[in-house]
Every structure is written in structure tokens, then in C-alpha cells.
Design a protein around this ligand. Structure first.
Ligand code: ZN
Ligand code: ZN
Length: 421
């Protein structure tokens, strides 16, 4: 390992603790899901976790705890476990997360995906398993999405992932190259990464404030392949960059993050939209999706690759045919500039304007958290057991805001912001 790499790892840990989590003195930190992949612990993941733990204690953490995971255990379960037991989920895992969130502890999730791991498993088995898991974890995800406490998701490389996205460079250089890319897009290579993040988050916040004041009644997204009108409900809230937890901690839930997002009206989406980047769902690629919307409902869906997967997904429940998020990301975002497809939604969604079918965020509506499911839906919010982000942006996309009187104002041209903040 080069000393440059070690220095960057230290800086990454610092950004994770200070910008991502904003870990507070006396807080406890639970680290979950650093994957063990390939034939050993992913290069760098364990050293990174140890650096994070050391620094967390230096910042005054009371306890740093790690739950290691092994993605291959899931594959082994699908291959050899009894199919009838897919609904089994260990309660202690749910209790651990609930205890963490209710106690106001910090939590860090580490994603280190092996994109092709589940490609030979029957999709309906994966979907069935995923839906049971989502159901079991609902009390946890409710607290997470309400920002009960400060949490963060980051990515770390592994060999299988690096092989998938960097096949054009020599095999033995891929993992290191992926680390370098992650350092780059997480602003770790900037002179002062902490202040770079503060500036970036401030810029996102100003863009949110601008759009929140405008209260456009709809967005119009157009490109050679897309002509979509997305209605925005009254009192929709644009959010992005940093957020504040219920226990008063300012944190940034995803690193990197480039998006600002809000609530689409689940009944007011019309037109045609085509995805511009493939998405990978449990090993299955979906590419070139074209959706036709009428009154918020997907009335037609086709894909050049993964047509059957999309068909299964939008038929999971009523909300899976409607939008739960619309997000804006400039085409010049550092992630987009890498020119890579990451097969990791945390990174890919931050490279492009996107929409999500399925569950909406309560925080995207003023006082949304206080509403019942029925009230939230009546106000335009969507409810579903899935939330699938689909990238639709490009350097050819225009976005306009529609005012109450029907006139429009430009928000983006050629994929870039046109308003100053
Ligand atoms: Zn998003
Ligand atoms: Zn999303």
C-alpha cells in the first residue's frame, strides 16, 4: 500500500466521521455491512473500518461496534437453504438497529457490492426474499427515513466490483483504481476535503431554498427521448446535502451526494421518459427503459434489456407504478465525469437526474411526518414496498419549472443549472 493511499484512507475516514456522520462526543457508533467478498476481506475495507474506529474514539465516541457481513452467505442461502424459509429474518438484527436508532446512536453502512453475485438466482426468489426483508425492517427504515439519529452510507471497493466496472485496465490495478475514483468523487483529493464538502452542501442547500421558494406546480423534463411533466404537490420540500436528525445533529446521509430531490405528485405525472443509465437489481440488468405515464400511473413499460424484470417490479404493488421521488443532478457532477457506470445505486443516482418509482419520503412534504399513510397519499405522497431509482438525465436534458399561471422558467439547460445561487 502506498503512503498516498494511506493518507487518503485517513482523510476518507475523517470526512466520514466529520461530514457524513458528524459524530458527537459520547455517541456510540454501529458500523454495519462492511462486506467480506472474494477470498478475503476486501482490500482496504477492514483497514478503513479500523481507522474509522480509532478516529471515532479520538473524537470522544463511547463505543464503536462492527457487524461484519458476507454477501456470499446470501447466495449460499438461495442455493442451499429451504425455499419455504425465505420469510425468516433474525429478530436480534432488527432489535440491534432499533436500539441504535432509539438511543440516538450513530450508524454507518458500508456498501461493497459484488454486482454479479446473484445473477443466476431466480429473480422471483430474490424479490420474494427482498419483500419479506423490507417488511421485517419497516420499523427500522421508518426511523431511518425520519432521521431519528445520524446515519451514513458509503462505498468501498472490492475485487469483483472493480473487475465489473474497470475491465479495460490490468486486473491487478483495478481495486486500487476504484479506490482512487472513490477518493476523487468523495472530494478526498481536494486540498481541504472538509471545507470542500461544507461548500458543496451549502450550494445544494441554496438551490433547495431557491426551488422551495418558487413552489413550482410542476417540472417539465425534456430531451430527445423524454417529454415528462411531473406535478409537484403543494408544500413539497426540496432537500439535499446535509440534513438534521431528530436529536439535532447536522449530518450528510450519503457520501458522495450530488442530488437535490423532492416529492412528485403520485397522481400528476404525464408523458414519456427513457432511462439513460442501466440499473442493476440483484444481479439483473435493466437498460433502455421507456415508461409512459398517464395521471401518475405507468400505463406502458418496455426495456431493451430486462423487460421481464421491470414487469415484475412495477406489478409488486399499486405504488410501484407511481413515482415517489424526482431528483436533479447536474450532468457535470464528479461522478458523471468519471464516465463510468458503477452498478451501485449510491453512486449512479448521483451522476444523473433521476426519478424513483415506489415509496416517497415523508420529509419531502412540509409536516409530512405528522400525517397518516392515508393523509400523506391524499396530499400526493406515494406508498410502496419498493423504491427504485432510475437515471434519466443527460447533457441533452432541459428542466423547466411550471408556475401556478402556467408560465415556465428554466431550471436546467443541457443538463446544467441555469439559475445562480
Ligand atoms: Zn435520489
Ligand atoms: Zn431514491
Amino acid at each position: 500500500m502506498s503512503s498516498d493511499f494511506e493518507r487518503n484512507l485517513e482523510k476518507y475516514a475523517e470526512v466520514i466521521l466529520k461530514v457524513g456522520l458528524n459524530l458527537q462526543p459520547k455517541q456510540r457508533l454501529l458500523i454495519g455491512g462492511p462486506s467480506i467478498t472474494g477470498d478475503g476481506i476486501s482490500f482496504g475495507t477492514a483497514p478503513l473500518v479500523r481507522i474509522i474506529a480509532k478516529k471515532a474514539y479520538q473524537m470522544g465516541a463511547r463505543l464503536v461496534d462492527v457487524v461484519w457481513a458476507d454477501e456470499r452467505m446470501r447466495l449460499i442461502r438461495f442455493q442451499y437453504g429451504p425455499k419455504k424459509s425465505l420469510r425468516e429474518y433474525p429478530k436480534w438484527k432488527i432489535d440491534a438497529r432499533l436500539e441504535n436508532l432509539k438511543a440516538g446512536d450513530a450508524s454507518l453502512g458500508i456498501m461493497s457490492p459484488n454486482p454479479d453475485l446473484l445473477k443466476d438466482v431466480d429473480l422471483s426468489v430474490i424479490l420474494k426474499f427482498s419483500l419479506f426483508m423490507i417488511k421485517h425492517l419497516r420499523p427500522v427504515s421508518d426511523l431511518v427515513s425520519q432521521f431519528a439519529s445520524n446515519w451514513l452510507i458509503i462505498s468501498t471497493p472490492n475485487k469483483a466490483w472493480a473487475d465489473k466496472i474497470l475491465p479495460h485496465i490490468p486486473s491487478n490495478e483495478r481495486v486500487q483504481k476504484l479506490w482512487d475514483i472513490i477518493f476523487e468523487i468523495c472530494r478526498i483529493t481536494e486540498e481541504n476535503p472538509i471545507s470542500a464538502w461544507q461548500n458543496h452542501n451549502e450550494n445544494l442547500k441554496k438551490r433547495c431554498n431557491y426551488l422551495n421558494q418558487k413552489q413550482y406546480k410542476a417540472l417539465k423534463l425534456t430531451s430527445p427521448e423524454t417529454d415528462l411533466t411531473v406535478g409537484l404537490p403543494k408544500d413539497h420540500v426540496w432537500d439535499g446535502g446535509g440534513v438534521t436528525s431528530q436529536n439535532g445533529i447536522d449530518f450528510t446521509a450519503n457520501l458522495p451526494t450530488e442530488e437535490i430531490f423532492t416529492l412528485p405528485d403520485k397522481d400528476q405525472v404525464d408523458g414519456v421518459v427513457k432511462t439513460t443509465r442501466p440499473v442493476l437489481i440483484q444481479g439483473q440488468v435493466i437498460e433502455g427503459c421507456i415508461f409512459k405515464f398517464s395521471k401518475g400511473h405507468i400505463i406502458e413499460a418496455n426495456a431493451t434489456v430486462g423487460d421481464d424484470v421491470i414487469d415484475k417490479l412495477i406489478n409488486i404493488d399499486e405504488g410501484a407504478r407511481r413515482l415517489g421521488e424526482v431528483a436533479l443532478v447536474p450532468h457535470s457532477s464528479p461522478i458523471s465525469q468519471t464516465g463510468l457506470l458503477f452498478y451501485n445505486i449510491l453512486l449512479d443516482e448521483n451522476a444523473s437526474n433521476h426519478i424513483a418509482i415506489g415509496q416517497a419520503y415523508r420529509n419531502s412534504l412540509k409536516n409530512g411526518k405528522a400525517l397518516t399513510d392515508e393523509e400523506f397519499m391524499a396530499a400526493g405522497g406515494n406508498n410502496s414496498s419498493i423504491h427504485l431509482d432510475l437515471m434519466i438525465g443527460s447533457g441533452e436534458m432541459s428542466v423547466d419549472g411550471v408556475l401556478e399561471d402556467g408560465t415556465t422558467e428554466p431550471i436546467m439547460r443541457n443538463g446544467e443549472w441555469v439559475f445562480e445561487v
